[in-house]
Design a protein around this ligand. Structure first.
Ligand SMILES: NC(=O)c1ccc[n+]([C@@H]2O[C@H](COP(=O)([O-])OP(=O)(O)OC[C@H]3O[C@@H](n4cnc5c(N)ncnc54)[C@H](O)[C@@H]3O)[C@@H](O)[C@H]2O)c1
Length: 335
């Protein structure tokens, strides 16, 4: 199945299907120099499947993990492009999770002021979220995503079969993002998740439904000025949990626990049941003071108040400004 992203002059397709990796040359224009960037944790067969379909494919493997989302990795991509004589009509393909996608997209945005890049996301989180929307970045001086650019992919290929090699914990982390999108924007997807015993056979449909939400939000708010904040459901307190945990909570796990602070009534009970089903945390061990300190340090802070996304009915959301006292009371209500 193919979804379309259209916003102003930006237009590209997102192709979703089991086994699509083997059709990359039908979906992307690979009749040119192509640098395929992947990381050391992604099975290399995925990158090789793309390279074997390029007229001139080059492979670059960067070390896996958030620690390599740096200017050094960015530079290694630029060096590979320059050394192999890439021109403005050549292309980069990112094969991996959000780390590979974000760095490769940023390098493609900068090389010769912008060349094509294609995204082949291979984690569930990147398939339902980071592969679409055009945000690219590296971390700098310990600050996440502080240096980057908006540069949309020229195309996205999602092969859910690549998720078969993903660890169960990373798979669950991606499900947290799916639950987040369904909870705010798609009651039908939420019910589908509630009613299925195993989401794996339904992945193409689930990924497409989650992406439709992301696409609709980004199309309406391409530069993240307003509505795009809905994608931050669970993130204000989730980021605080992630920071307080110093690495023991993965991002998606922290967002899972964070969503329950921002949900109310019947929606909260249904979200909690779904998170449990996908082996995601529904609480955290941190004190109100610790979470408040990290939440107010968050970059989404605007003056004294923090913009929260609240859900009391599945499929609907509202924004609410909370000053430090109100945020503290909200956190304390679940302690
Ligand atoms: N650009 C955006 O809009 C956006 C949105 C959300 C997150 N992000 C960024 O995405 C990053 C997180 O992405 P992520 O969760 O995909 O992490 P990741 O890219 O670090 O991937 C997680 C791990 O999974 C491994 N892996 C990837 N695919 C695999 C596969 N198919 N089989 C086995 N192992 C595989 C990787 O080697 C890595 O070790 C963060 O840097 C975050 O800032 C960006």
């Amino acid at each position: 199945m193919t979804l379309e992203f259209r916003s102003g002059r930006i237009a590209y397709d997102i192709s979703i299907g089991n086994g699509l990796l083997l059709e990359a040359d039908r979906i992307f224009d690979l009749k040119r120099k192509v640098l395929v960037v992947t990381d050391s944790g992604v099975p290399v067969e995925y990158a090789r499947a793309i390279i074997s379909r390029c007229s001139e494919g080059h492979l670059l493997v960067i070390p896996q993990g958030e620690e390599s989302k740096t200017l050094e990795s960015f530079e290694s991509i630029l060096s590979a492009l320059l050394d192999a004589g890439f021109t403005r009509s050549d292309a980069v393909v990112a094969v991996g999770g959000g780390v590979v996608g974000d760095i490769s997209g940023f390098a493609a945005a900068c090389y010769q002021r912008g060349i094509d890049y294609y995204n082949v996301p291979t984690t569930l989180l990147s398939q339902v979220d980071s592969s679409v929307g055009g945000k690219t970045a590296v971390n700098f001086h310990g600050i996440k995503n502080i240096v980057g650019a908006f540069h949309h992919p020229a195309g996205v290929l999602i092969d859910p079969r690549t998720l078969l090699t993903l660890s169960p914990r990373l798979f669950s982390e991606g499900m947290a993002e799916v639950v987040k999108m369904a909870a705010t924007s798609d009651a039908e997807l939420f019910r589908l998740l509630e009613n299925c015993d195993d989401p794996k056979p339904l992945l193409p449909e689930i990924i497409a439904a989650a992406l439709r939400i992301k696409i609709a939000v980004v199309e309406q708010d391409p530069e993240e000025k307003d509505l795009r904040a809905v994608l931050n459901f669970g993130h204000t307190i989730g980021h605080a949990i992630e920071a307080a945990s110093a690495g023991s909570f993965f991002h998606g796990e922290a967002v899972a626990a964070g969503m329950l602070y921002a949900a109310e009534g019947e929606a909260a009970a249904r979200i909690e049941a779904l998170l449990r089903k996908f082996s995601l945390p529904v609480s955290d061990p941190f004190t109100t003071e610790e979470l408040l300190r990290f939440a107010l340090r968050d970059k989404k802070r605007s003056g004294e108040a923090v913009k929260l996304v609240r859900v009391d009915t599945i499929g609907k959301f509202r924004f609410e400004w909370a000053d430090p006292a109100a945020l503290g009371a909200l956190i304390q209500s679940r302690k």
